[in-house]
Design a protein around this ligand. Structure first.
Ligand code: FMN
Length: 367
């Protein structure tokens, strides 16, 4: 990363602690689309557009990830006796050699340590099937309490029959991912078939984190060329893959929808901050967690770009699913769903995703 001149009261060791915590945030396909430039008592949050995923819509996925990283920065700061004040930039963003400037977080002394901070390193995506036992109000209370109002809301589906209805929507939407060449190629470009392959880029999805059934990893490798996937799709392969996503919705304790009334860069970044707090609260409560980001992303694309933005057959499917999606989350009417996730009780994941080294995401000050 390039260097810039500045003086800082916060030591470089403290910046490393804060930025390492930021880099532990979740991101779509583990793309880690961020860099951080400390300047005095503030840090500039940069978005690396070259790392953003191609299927993103209005930067929703990038902002959820960057928002989660900002939340981690602020939480980790509380453990150093600091409070972060976030200022979001407006478009057009200032371009720098290390990314576009999305936000600045300015730190001042004071404030209480936030207990969620200690769960940052433990938070993980768990794609196993969970116990079907619905979670009760007491189980959900910490997640609800972690969302501190503003433009972000959280709604739940716990009831099994309701989750079965949602599972049908999820399966139908997910099939689109397996039946459209650009989505297929995007997914295979981020798959890492071994820890050694993952180590080379320190990003992407290592195949063990996907919790595939026996021979699943071999099958994934085999279907990487689109023509093979196309061939198998003729025999129902996309249905089989999407069936797994549907089963994940059934095999859990609750499904949550994070939605916002503010459909803007700021609203999506705030959504990411809230999403991270929810996930950390779930981690603290010993609950497993998996985002299902593609579902709200596709519905957002449908509402912002219309069905013409999809292949005709897929646009039609999404339009036909929209009433059911809205009926399942009536409280979210008038808001935009930004993230769907499932939680529940299960064993731990088989593997964790890697992260880039902190030196690769920090734009260092000159001493
Ligand atoms: C915006 C966003 C969308 C995501 N969508 C999905 C998803 O649809 N399915 C899934 O299994 N994981 C999803 N994830 C989880 C990421 O794949 C995960 O955070 C990343 O691989 C890093 O792994 P970790 O969360 O275990 O640290 C999403 C994460 C973010 C931030």
């Amino acid at each position: 990363m390039s260097t810039v001149a500045s003086s800082a009261r916060i030591t470089m060791a403290q910046w490393r602690t804060l930025i390492e915590a930021a880099g532990q945030a979740p991101s779509p396909d583990n793309n880690q689309p961020w860099a951080f430039r400390p300047r005095g008592d503030a840090v500039e949050v940069l978005h690396c557009r070259a790392r953003a995923i191609g299927s993103d819509v209005d930067d929703l996925f990038s902002w959820l990830a960057v928002g989660a990283a900002i939340e981690n920065l602020c939480l980790a700061a509380t453990r150093l006796g600091l409070t972060g004040r976030v200022e979001y930039m407006k478009r057009p963003f200032t371009e720098t050699p290390d990314g576009e400037r999305i936000a600045t977080v300015e730190f001042s002394t004071g404030g209480q340590p936030d207990a969620l901070a200690e769960w940052i390193p433990q938070r993980v995506t768990n794609r196993r099937f969970y116990k079907r036992q619905p979670l009760g109000d007491a189980d959900l209370a910490p997640m609800i309490a972690s969302v501190d109002g503003r433009c972000v809301h959280l709604d739940w589906l716990t009831d099994l029959p309701q989750r079965k209805r949602l599972a049908r929507v999820v399966a139908a939407v997910d099939r689109i991912r397996f039946e459209h060449q650009p989505f297929h190629e995007e997914f295979h470009s981020v798959l890492r078939h071994s820890p050694a392959e993952e180590e080379r880029t320190r990003d992407g999805l290592e195949v063990r984190t996907l919790e595939l059934p026996p021979f699943g990893a071999t099958l994934m490798r085999w279907v990487a060329p689109w023509r093979r996937m196309q061939l198998l799709n003729r025999f129902g392969m996309s249905r089989v893959f999407a069936g797994t996503s549907a089963k994940q919705v059934v095999c859990c304790g609750a499904v949550g929808l994070v939605s916002t009334t503010d459909v803007s860069d700021r609203g999506f970044l705030e959504g990411g901050r809230a999403f991270q707090r929810i996930w950390l609260a779930a981690t603290a409560a010993g609950l497993s967690f998996q985002p299902m980001g593609g579902i709200p992303l596709f519905f957002h694309k449908l509402s912002s770009q219309g069905s013409e933005a999809f292949l005709p057959e897929h646009g039609g499917v999404l339009e036909s699913l929209l009433p059911e999606w809205r009926e399942l989350f009536p409280a979210a009417a008038g808001r935009t769903g930004v993230m769907l996730f499932r939680i529940g009780r299960s064993g731990g994941p088989s593997a964790r995703s890697i992260r880039k080294h902190v030196d690769d995401i920090i734009v260092k000050d000159v001493e």
